[in-house]
Design a protein around this ligand. Structure first.
Ligand code: PSZ
Length: 488
């Protein structure tokens, strides 16, 4: 019933450029959150019992009613309506049940692309090159003209690492494409030279996924890593700034320098141990606690990479697709040349990575798996990118972000014993608490006030709304946060 009326509304607006402060999906939203039961409610508790009998389900917070969730509002199994500032760990681009996405499979060709899922590395559909060209390449990071699609963020990073290792080894072979018999036999025993001792450097606090290579580079929390073997790869410190930034410029600049010195030192140290082939970095360290670094830090990091012939991989899995006000967060950094590889997933709906021509492996069948992505996700992504353009959602993220950040600054001044260090870009914002317990209490209480929020790091609350989060939603969020802080 509800969905039919969205579709009607959308048809009416289709083709009309929406004003920049109104989004088609938001016109059918409720006006505000509504909490009817204790959270979690009785139905949620019952479902959790059922699920827990089948699997370890303690990470489940709520069960959703995806028929009733709409736009920025998440409806749970108990009928509670939350304003969603977490959006499935930052992975919902244009809100729930966006009519443009719901309509995508009304087209029978699209439906067939969804149903007949190919092994993209061997039997792609005849429209696949055109689909990549028309959907993914128009938003490619400038200078990166190659693309591989993948299934998720972890496997995007995992395969980017492989491309980097193959690039380094190909350079060593000086253009020869044959492998030696020794390489071929040693790799079967997981020994060099076929399985070389090369490494990917990452940063302490970084998160790059949970598959083995990706997990080695993940350095956010022990719980992500415990019990799993990992590679001997280096981890450098990532800047930890003091806030407000304008009062601590000198200290923060020193922090950049100290971290970069250690990057350079580690590269030297690992030369005989496990030479660094690539460096992976998030433009804003997300899971680790929403730590940002200056454009100067990233420019110098790129310089160090280039001087040492190390590939620079920017992990835009969480920051990519608009929430910082630019399509790719690293665009804020004014790098003198493009990064070598940019990985993505989450809001992009398909995983994958863009790369420089040099990183195309010389042999087929190297960066490969059965599905290598999913054409169905690209069909949805096409709609998402159209909506972003039509509804000016990068500008919305910038403008909403400003309202949110100004409001958060006011609240940190009002409640300095509860929150501090407001930071971030666009709506990709965060603030910290003096202690983990205070942070957790805020995040639990704000739920009772109708907001779904996320935490990260030791003591941080992060905002990860969809791109259709507007000023009116920002006001609701800020009111609920004030009410929460006042009650503590
Ligand atoms: O607990 C988890 O597994 C979480 S919580 C948030 C994420 C994962 N984010 C995924 C992520 C990311 O934020 C960055 C910067 N890089 C890679 C990944 C891995 O993506 P997925 O989860 O799709 O494999």
């Amino acid at each position: 019933m509800m969905l039919r009326s969205y579709r009607a509304t959308y048809t009416k607006f289709r083709g009309i450029r929406c004003s920049r402060n109104s989004s088609s999906v938001c016109q059918n939203e409720p006006a505000h959150p509504e909490i009817k039961t204790p959270v979690p409610g009785p139905k949620t508790k019952e479902l959790l019992k059922q699920l827990s009998s089948l699997q370890q389900a303690d990470s489940v917070q709520l069960f959703a009613d995806y028929d009733r969730s709409i736009g920025n509002y998440f409806v749970d199994a108990d009928g509670n309506t939350f304003l969603d500032a977490f959006t499935q760990i930052s992975s919902v681009p244009v809100g729930y049940n966006h009519p443009a996405l719901l309509g995508a499979f009304n087209d029978v060709h699209n439906l067939r692309s969804l149903v007949n899922r190919p092994a993209l590395g061997v039997f792609p559909g005849k429209d696949w090159p055109e689909k990549l060209q028309n959907i993914l390449m128009p938003v490619a990071p400038r200078g990166l003209n190659n693309i591989s699609t993948m299934m998720c963020g972890s496997c995007s990073n995992e395969n980017a690492y492989k491309a980097v290792f193959m690039w380094q080894r190909s350079k060593k072979r000086g253009g020869k494409i044959e492998f030696t018999p020794e390489e071929m036999s040693s790799c079967m025993a997981n020994q060099p030279p076929g399985s070389p001792n090369l490494s990917i450097m990452s940063f302490k606090g970084g998160f790059h996924g949970r598959t083995f290579g990706a997990l080695t580079t993940t350095r956010s929390k022990p719980i992500h890593k415990l019990d799993c073997p990992s590679f001997d790869w280096p981890a450098a410190p990532f800047p930890r700034y003091k806030y407000p930034l304008d009062q601590f410029q000198r200290e923060n600049q020193q922090e950049d320098e100290s971290c970069l010195e250690q990057v350079a030192d580690l590269i030297q140290q690992y030369k005989t141990r496990s030479p660094v082939a690539g460096i992976i970095v998030e433009p804003i360290q997300s899971e680790g606690g929403d730590y940002e670094a200056s454009p100067a830090f990233f420019q110098k990091l790129q310089k160090i990479s280039k001087e040492n012939s190390i590939a620079l991989i920017i992990d835009e899995v969480q920051t990519g697709c608009g929430p910082t006000g630019k399509m790719w967060c690293y665009e804020h950094f004014d790098l003198p040349s493009p990064p070598d590889i940019v990985t993505f997933s989450k809001k992009m709906l398909t995983g994958g990575f863009y790369y420089h021509e040099e990183f195309k492996p010389p042999h087929a069948y190297r960066v490969f798996n059965t599905w290598m992505g999913d054409p169905g996700k690209l069909i949805l992504l096409e709609k998402v990118l159209q909506v972003i353009k039509q509804e000016n959602l990068l500008r919305v993220a910038t403008e909403t972000g400003k309202v949110l950040k100004d409001g958060l600054h006011k609240l940190e001044n009002e409640f300095p014993h509860l929150i501090n260090s407001v930071r971030g870009r666009g709506t990709f914002l965060a603030f910290s608490s003096p202690k983990t317990e205070i942070r957790d209490k805020i995040n639990n209480k704000i739920k009772e006030n109708g907001i779904l929020g996320g935490v990260c790091g030791e003591n941080t609350i992060r905002l990860r709304p969809a791109l259709v989060f507007q000023k009116k939603h920002a006001e609701i969020y800020l009111d609920a946060l004030r009410k929460t802080l006042k009650s503590m």
